[in-house]
Design a protein around this ligand. Structure first.
Ligand code: AQP
Length: 329
């Protein structure tokens, strides 16, 4: 059976972009692949974290995985730092990488663009794509379901795997990214030229999966559109309404063209009202399940069992990696 790996950072505010770009794919793929879904806490500390809050966020993401439909009987669900091989392989890949390729990462550029003192930028923020590559390569992953914002990191992972395979010894499976058309890039509701993000200051720029109905309504009704007033899909000229159409389509499974047809002659207000309802209905069962399991022993047991199973796979890979690199006894 082919293998799937993906992860989400426990940095709070898990939103519709994370859900439609990544989590929703996890649920579909777990039936056809041996699946590992990780809460990537080591990535979260690339920026300062409050330790207490980080612990809570880890459990929030784990509970959300289960709440959206990840089934621990089919998938391995675990916390990254519980499997030490992630850090170990991360270092080995660091030694196989080049400063130039990391400097070209657009996520790094975006995350550091507003930092005036460039000397104070964290080294972890610069090198985390290598840890991400380790996360993926550690499990001989075939497929990585992610949002399109991660495409460049997947390409780097592939480059590193191929480089090691060619220069050291055939060691890694070369993975492929998997991106869903409608959910691959969910944009901010306030500024549809920027991706929806956990860390944006304006809470109305995103819909978090745990938002209450009132907040969902407010954020969607406030969403930026344009002055034309005609519902049609045009990312370049009409990024706001196109983003909302994409969200509607990803949540309902209806093709964008059909949605556009059904709103012929109607205004943005009508469409937004319906999108509010679609979003509230989609998130209701997720929130209910989340509340059932978030503080349960079941959740802790699932994560402990997941870490053991992931660790067993990771150890095998590390044995091969160390042998091929000539490391250890
Ligand atoms: N806007 C998005 N549209 C589609 N997919 C998205 N993803 C993130 N944002 C969008 C996908 O969600 C998965 C988990 O993301 P992450 O937790 O690793 O972190 P991120 O990309 O850094 O998330 P944010 O929300 O953008 O956080 P900040 O604000 O801290 O930068 C990934 O598969 C990602 O592609």
């Amino acid at each position: 059976m082919k293998r799937v790996f993906s992860g989400v950072q426990p940095t709070g505010n898990i939103h519709l972009g994370n859900y439609l770009g990544a989590l929703k794919q996890f649920v579909d793929l777990q039936n056809d692949y041996e699946s590992l879904f990780c809460i990537v806490d080591l990535h979260a500390i690339t920026v300062p974290q409050d330790p207490k809050k980080l612990k809570e966020n880890i459990l929030d993401v784990a509970a959300l995985y289960l709440a959206v439909g990840v089934d621990p009987k089919k998938s391995i669900v675990f916390v990254q730092s519980d499997v030490s091989a992630h850090s170990e392989l991360g270092w080995i890949l660091t030694c196989s990488s080049h400063m130039g390729e990391l400097s070209r990462m657009t996520q790094f550029k975006a995350k550091t663009a507003n930092t005036s003192n460039k000397d104070s930028i964290g080294t972890g923020l610069f090198s985390y794509p290598l840890l991400m590559a380790a996360d993926i390569l550690l499990y001989d992953t075939d497929v990585v379901p992610v949002g399109v914002d991660q495409k460049q990191h997947i390409e780097l992972t592939r480059d590193l795997a191929i480089r090691v395979n060619n220069t050291v010894k055939k060691t890694f499976v070369v993975p492929e990214g998997r991106y869903i058309k409608e959910g691959a890039r969910v944009m901010g509701l306030d500024d549809p030229t920027k991706k929806m993000s956990k860390s944006a200051e304006n809470q109305h720029s995103r819909i978090s999966l745990l938002d209450d109905d009132n907040k969902i309504k407010k954020s969607i009704m406030k969403a930026t559109t344009d002055s034309e007033g005609i519902i049609r899909f045009d990312i370049e000229e009409k990024p706001g309404i196109s983003n909302l159409l994409n969200i509607y389509s990803a949540l309902t499974g209806e093709p964008v063209e059909d949605i556009v047809k059904s709103y012929d002659g109607k205004g943005y207000g009508d469409f937004k009202k319906d999108l509010v309802e679609v979003t509230q209905n989609s998130l209701k069962p997720i929130k209910e399940r989340f509340n059932e399991i978030r503080h349960s022993q079941e959740l802790i047991d699932i994560l402990k069992d997941g870490a053991e199973r992931a660790d067993a796979i990771a150890r095998k890979t590390m044995k091969r990696v160390k042998e091929n690199f000539g490391l250890g006894l």
